[in-house]
Design a protein around this ligand. Structure first.
Ligand code: NAD
Length: 471
């Protein structure tokens, strides 16, 4: 099969981290981006998968980046300031890397704003400061400082990342289906469109149904992507973009004291905060409000301002149902109150069935609710590219799309997925997303109860966060 070459990267390409996402991204880069393999280096402390790099003729630098060595290591790899850094690691500070890349004059992309170790666990910081809000605000402040600098894409995988592109496509579809004229060009146009359509909120609604033939051993944390990544974000406080239609804060909910105030946080771990949500495979389901950058960037991007008053803003948060083994793993960890010692990421060979439905669930508009997203099975993922399961493929193909966009827009400064050309990115990514489907539903979070128990219900507006939150 031949694959379209979308762009080229001149100079050095450095990938940091060769975990589940790094391994899956590698074949997509080699397929779709023209580059000189002798200038491609992967920095990865483990040599478990070094044979894959050797097979493809890619250099492996077997070390862990730290606060002490990252600058000298990267300076050594970019002697003449041309090239690209793809950060797919854990425990390497994204902000420090972004700053260094500006100095070196090289393009940069990551999939989360990652701090050095010590932020996620055992931190002396108060909970409000352990959220993603201050991390994102730091990156946004840098963006104002480096306007027109080498492009640095923050937080672009599947989510955060692709879901921002799908949200735009979903808004256009909803506009077409409800007879609303739409030709948004600017951020303000997009925000206005969401307001005109009456979208009160959006879940990033995901259901991972991938299963292994082998039952999960007790005490082993099993997931379909980074266990460290899920634990890190899952034990930050739950966090969500806070819509202008919301009437009251949830129990233990807090506003942020500083900054533009597009989000709130809840003094509970996201991995133990459930909401009622909806996905096409199963219909109504529970999802976890695990904090994510898109829960912040989307409400910020889609705010309509009247002077300094927010006239419109959608509520936005992740409603994540990970694979069954991860649900059971979280249950064990929440019960034990301790991080697991043993961790395992299910490989494409172990998974026997299932897939990943990952989309945006827009609610409160003229058609009630709509799920729009990618439905990718393990069999489709297996046939599309090596080294990855369905969850990974949605992420790695978004990384590829973002890399292509960056190569085509090398001096855009700091950007998030909401600010990229969603049509171009999805054009590159679409062949790897299985079926992109749109489902309307008349479901609301007030429906379906097995017996009635006391709960905080708002019967006047089904789309209040109060009704979604399961306490
Ligand atoms: P993983 O745990 O499989 O791999 C992480 C890799 O980073 C490991 O191979 C590890 O050895 C390496 N690493 C650890 N410390 C390092 C250091 N100091 N220097 C260099 N490398 C180091 O994780 P993954 O599933 O590949 O995910 C990678 C990153 O992508 C994580 O931060 C994760 O949260 C993020 N992610 C984002 C999305 C998204 O949609 N935005 C989705 C999945 C994963």
């Amino acid at each position: 099969m031949t694959h379209p070459v979308h762009t080229r990267i001149d100079g050095t390409l450095v990938m940091i981290g060769f975990g589940s996402i790094g391994r899956g991204t590698l074949p997509l880069i080699l397929r779709h981006i023209q580059l000189d393999r002798s200038q491609f280096t992967v920095i990865e402390p483990s040599d478990e998968f070094a044979h894959i790099l050797a097979e493809h003729g890619i250099a492996h630098l077997p070390l862990a980046l730290t606060a002490d060595n990252y600058a000298s290591v990267l300076r050594g790899l970019f002697p003449n300031g041309r090239g690209f850094v793809v950060n797919l690691s854990v425990d390497v500070d994204s902000v420090e890397l972004m700053l260094l890349c500006q100095e070196l004059g090289v393009q940069y992309i990551d999939t989360v704003v990652e701090p050095w170790p010590g932020f996620y666990f055992g931190s002396p910081l108060p909970n409000a400061d352990r959220t993603n809000y201050p991390l994102r605000e730091k990156v946004r402040a840098l963006g104002k400082q480096f306007v027109g600098g080498p492009t640095a894409v923050s937080c672009c995988g599947a989510n955060p990342g692709m879901v921002s592109w799908l949200f735009k496509e979903a808004l256009l579809k909803l506009a077409a289906d409800t007879g609303v004229a739409a030709d948004p060009k600017t951020q303000a146009d997009w925000a206005q469109l969401a307001m005109t359509l009456g979208v009160k909120g959006v879940h990033v609604a995901e259901r991972d149904t991938q299963i292994s033939a082998k039952p999960k051993p007790q005490g082993v944390f099993v997931n379909t992507w980074s266990v460290d990544g899920l634990l890190s974000e899952g034990y930050q406080p739950a966090e969500l973009g806070w819509g202008t239609h919301e009437k009251k804060l949830p129990p233990l909910g807090h506003r942020f004291k500083d900054g533009p105030g597009y989000a709130i946080w809840i003094d509970r771990p996201g991995a133990d905060t459930r909401v009622r949500s909806w996905c096409p495979d199963v219909g109504p389901q529970f999802g976890y409000v695990v904090t994510h950058n898109e829960s912040l960037s989307i409400p910020d991007y889609y705010t309509v301002w009247d002077g300094d008053r927010a006239l419109y803003r959608p509520t936005c948060h992740y409603a994540y149902h990970p694979c069954n083994d991860a649900i059971l793993s979280l249950h064990e960890v929440n019960g034990a109150g301790q991080l697991p010692e043993k961790k395992h990421i299910l490989t494409v060979d172990e998974i026997v069935s299932g897939g990943d439905d990952l989309g945006v669930f827009l609610y409160g508009h003229a058609k009630g609710a709509m799920w729009y997203g990618s439905r990718l099975s393990i069999d489709e993922a297996r046939a599309l590219a090596p080294y990855q399961n369905a969850t990974g493929m949605q992420v790695t193909s978004a990384v590829l799309a973002a890399m292509v966009w960056v190569a085509e827009n090398p001096n855009a400064g700091f950007v998030e997925s909401d600010e990229m050309d969603h049509a171009r990115c999805l054009e590159v990514q679409r062949p790897y997303l299985g079926r992109i489907e749109c489902h309307y539903t008349d479901w609301t979070p007030l429906q379906n109860r097995i017996n009635r128990f006391a709960e905080d219900r708002d019967e006047d507006d089904p789309w209040q966060f109060t009704n979604f939150l399961a306490v």
